[in-house]
Ligand binder design. Sequence first.
Ligand SMILES: NC(=O)c1ccc[n+]([C@@H]2O[C@H](COP(=O)([O-])OP(=O)(O)OC[C@H]3O[C@@H](n4cnc5c(N)ncnc54)[C@H](O)[C@@H]3O)[C@@H](O)[C@H]2O)c1
Length: 493
Amino acid sequence: MELTTYQVKVNLNGTFEEFPLELAEDETSHLLVKLQDMLRNWPKLAKFDSVQVFKKGEPEMVYELPQAFLSSPMSISIMGTGYVGLVTGVGTCHIGRRVICVDIDEKKVDKICKRIPPIYEKGLKEMLVSLPEKYFSCTTNLREAVMNTDCTFIAVGTPPKENGEQDLKFVESACAELGKILKEKPGHMVVVKSTVSPGTTQNKIKAMIAEHAGHTNFKIAMVPEFLREGLAIEDFLNPYRIVIGVEDQETFEAIKFIYEDFDTPFFKTTLTGAEMIKYASNSLLATKISFANEIGNLCKSLDIDVYEVMDGVGLDERFNRKFLNAGRGFGGSCLPKDVKALVSLGKTLNQPTELLKAVWAVNENQPLKMIELAEKHLGDLKNKTVAVMGLAFKPGTDDIRESPATIIIKELLEKGAKVIGYDQFAQENMEKIYPNITYAKSPTEAIKDADVVLGVTQWPELRDEKLYKGKLFIDGMKFIDKRTTDDYEGICW
Ligand SMILES: NC(=O)c1ccc[n+]([C@@H]2O[C@H](COP(=O)([O-])OP(=O)(O)OC[C@H]3O[C@@H](n4cnc5c(N)ncnc54)[C@H](O)[C@@H]3O)[C@@H](O)[C@H]2O)c1
């Protein structure tokens, strides 16, 4: 394998020492990790002031790094390899850090070790496969991961309870496990990535880790995740902003250093501020969608095209056109959960959250409108065959958590309809919830015997008008741009 040689020039309080650093072809992007490993083991470390790095034979400096480089987290462990943890882990290694992913689910860990992503996300497999073994690994052994890294991200799930409140059981056990290990590792950094309600990092997570560690000698930060499933890799590499909630400037600088190559605003705030920015962002997105849906429902009654209306509205830069597509409502593991968590927080604080309650109410009813439209054409749906096209909560992911398709299937089964589902990627997950409906192997097979076809999640392969020719088609997500025949109904158009 070809080697690339760098020349490292270390400033030891005014005197300079030079040595070469060789990297194999597949590890040049991890130059800083290797350099840090070397310097930390260097006998003359006490006098270290700064370091310059050149590519051998080239005059231009590649890096000039200050003292703080030695303590910057170049090696990161991540608890949880779900949509957030795995994308963060793979992405963070891709940008040149060493990453050890940890999960309690042995099957997931096994797959990731074999470079098979346990979830579907565009571009994830290719990136995972490209990571050098030396710099990316996955394990169930948290101790080993924490002891060999400078910083641990907590990216475990925070699902909603029945009453909308967040369920912290995974966070609590993660904190207990991590705390016990930190007993032997003072000075570690902990970054909370999981979405938690304002005050949780400060009052619960920090306190729980400290209780189990028996000390408070660790740094803590709250760095909320804003990735969109289906576009998660793209969002990781091109974030709109990185929000960093901290208690001190040093931790802020250290986390900024992890992402130093990103050309994006780094927004410094408090731990609680970061938690609220995440909730407020998701609630605002949800509000835009429910607003578009409510206007869309009015437009449908007046025979106005809501997409044209939102195109006109969105031209005003105070609003922006994004998240104004009317349709069958939002789903997924974030928007519904985060809106409900804020409503629940409002109750606890005795502060009304009427707007958010209405956002949720519009959304709960929206998928059912597709069934109402089917009934308008067919009458009673008992024993009618209904094809549900697209099962994931949105295109580009296999995630079915709070997917409008789950609500639609439930209602159809209650009405005695025969349901045929189709989704190239999300079918396996839907089978776990609805094992007894029929699943088709192709879009044509799903549609063949259907009395009505419901377009629920608009994967590109399903946006083909020819597929639905001669069938009653209820469109929940603009599968078809414009169809004027009697056997077509848009949900809000
Ligand atoms: N999915 C998204 O699009 C998204 C976006 C932004 C933020 N978030 C937030 O990020 C967090 C994670 O979401 P997700 O969708 O990735 O969750 P997920 O349920 O897909 O994954 C969580 C993972 O954590 C693992 N886990 C649980 N306890 C563990 C422990 N003690 N040690 C190690 N692993 C453990 C689980 O086995 C699972 O693999 C949530 O708080 C969520 O609200 C999610």
